[in-house]
Write a protein of this length. Structure first.
Length: 465
């Protein structure tokens, strides 16, 4: 055994229970000394049967197991059987395989089958401790995440029983807060401004506000201010008197039609000066005139406005009225881009899949990594197209047809904590798996985890990258 570097903190092993299954007393003793020195509680078993009995009896956080249990055995088949027995009953338990360097292939195969890691005999203490720590940290992180997710699910379920959430799909805390806010402000009869990039879900949020308001059963109209030329927008909003312009008929505008109800004004940032002035007036006084008429009419309409442009910037540039802005943004709901709430990607993707379709692991990985500049709408289109074009019921990564360069370039700098944790989770803590998924070497992933504080500042595993 090499002396252990002093820089290793002891915390992550403290109080954790580790089971050693090895027929050699010398090996068991060596592990007992090393691991208990770092605060772990070590349980030893000399045979597979004794190991399984210990697992049934004690609560164990991690297993280190040998591959051969008789002096004359070298095939490793006993170890393979033991591994599968443990996996069958404890699917989440991290298992480190101790293997002769001549049998690395079997170990690697088992790692593929879900073993957490392997260590070649004679082992290097620092390397082994690094692996143990990583796996224990990951186990705690996963347990915490699971608890958190359970808590969030409960909160979401509670929200969904009290309000109509219009089938909105999300997993992230950011969206939960936003949706909860939308339901809260719904019954306050004030304007709401919804901001966020294209396709992020602004309209879905507007629908949630409307359907949970006291005006839910009253008229609800949507006007896309960006889709019409300016003259027509005013006619659309406020109506026209016959002859107001060539060919104009007498016609009520949306404010009249929505009286007592709600108007969703999409792409507010494109509204020109005179339209802005009229909108401000109707918001302040409820009054307006049809184009070409001097009869003042009144309507009591709740306005929900949406924009993907920065209105504050418009105010500074003199293109958007500050007084109108403050009228409308009594309540501002800011929808974050999908890239800032990556937890939502896969739940949304699965939601958009046609019945009977599913995603391959690699496809899920590619979706989770892609930057989604077009947000939820782009994701929706991608999934729909893949379902349409895929000959198979399992959508493969290639069928998604994601721009390769964007995905690839974003992968490196965007290996944030969530991405790494998710990859580790999908790989059930199998470092080699997660590394392959992320397109990294095992060493590179260890380094990444270290940077993200997913483990101690332990030395890197030897060899390779
Ligand atoms: N959280 C979500 N759950 C389910 N579907 C969603 C969600 N967010 C967005 N969508 C769907 O994605 C598409 C785009 O959403 P939406 O139209 O609300 O975006 P937007 O922000 O208004 O976009 P734009 O700025 O382009 O108008 C819609 O089909 C919508 O139903
Ligand atoms: Mg929209």
């Amino acid at each position: 055994m090499k002396p252990e570097p002093r820089s290793l903190p002891r915390s992550s092993l403290a109080g954790r229970s580790i089971l050693i299954i090895d027929d050699s007393e010398a090996v068991r003793t060596a592990f007992e000394v090393l691991l208990s020195l770092h605060g772990a509680q070590v349980v030893s078993a000399a045979s597979p049967a004794a190991g399984l009995a210990a697992l049934a009896r004690d609560s164990v956080d991690l297993v280190i197991q040998d591959m051969n249990f008789r002096r004359e055995a070298t095939s490793g088949t006993e170890g393979v059987a033991l591994f599968h027995d443990i996996r069958a009953s404890y699917p989440q338990l991290p298992i480190i395989l101790l293997t002769a360097w001549t049998h690395l292939e079997t170990a690697v195969e088992l790692v593929r089958a879900g073993a957490a890691d392997y260590v070649a005999k004679p082992w290097d203490d620092a390397r082994l401790l690094t692996s143990v720590r990583n796996l224990l940290d990951l186990r705690s992180a996963r347990a915490e995440a699971e608890e958190l997710r359970g808590g969030r699910r409960a909160k979401r379920a509670a929200l969904a029983t009290r309000f109509d959430l219009r089938g909105i799909v999300y997993e992230s805390e950011a969206m939960h807060i936003l949706v909860a806010m939308a339901t809260q402000v719904a019954h306050a009869d004030v304007p709401v401004l919804i901001t966020g990039p294209n396709g992020a879900g602004k309209e879905v949020l507007a629908d949630i506000v409307q359907v949970n308001s006291a005006r839910a059963d009253r008229p609800y109209f949507k006007v896309n201010l960006g889709a019409l030329p300016n003259e027509l927008i005013e006619a659309e909003l406020f109506g026209t008197e016959a002859g107001a312009f060539t060919g104009a008929r007498a016609r009520a505008g949306r404010f009249e039609a929505a009286d007592g109800g709600t108007l969703f004004l999409d792409e507010l940032g494109t509204l020109a000066g005179s339209g802005q002035a009229k909108l401000l007036r109707v918001l302040q006084t409820g009054e307006f005139e049809r184009l070409g008429s001097n009869v003042t009419r009144r309507a009591r309409v709740r306005v929900i406005a949406a924009t993907n442009t920065d209105l504050r910037q418009g105010i500074r540039a003199g293109t958007f009225r500050e007084d109108l802005f403050y009228r409308l943004n009594v309540i501002e709901l800011e929808v974050p881009p999908l890239a800032e709430r990556r937890e939502d990607i896969l739940p949304l993707a699965r939601h958009f899949l046609e019945d009977g379709f599913k995603l391959s692991a690699a496809a899920a990985e590619a979706l989770a990594r892609y930057p989604w500049p077009g947000n939820v709408r782009e994701l929706q289109n991608t999934i729909r197209r893949a379902c349409l074009l895929s000959a198979e019921r399992t959508i493969e990564a290639a069928a998604l047809n994601l721009p390769v360069s964007a995905a690839a370039t974003s992968a490196q700098p965007e290996l944030d904590r969530v991405t790494v944790e998710q990859a580790l989770e999908r790989a059930r803590g199998v470092i080699a798996h997660a590394a392959r998924d992320l397109g990294l070497s095992r060493q590179a992933l260890y380094r990444r985890m270290q940077k993200l504080g997913l483990k101690s500042d332990a030395p890197r595993p030897p060899s390779g990258a």
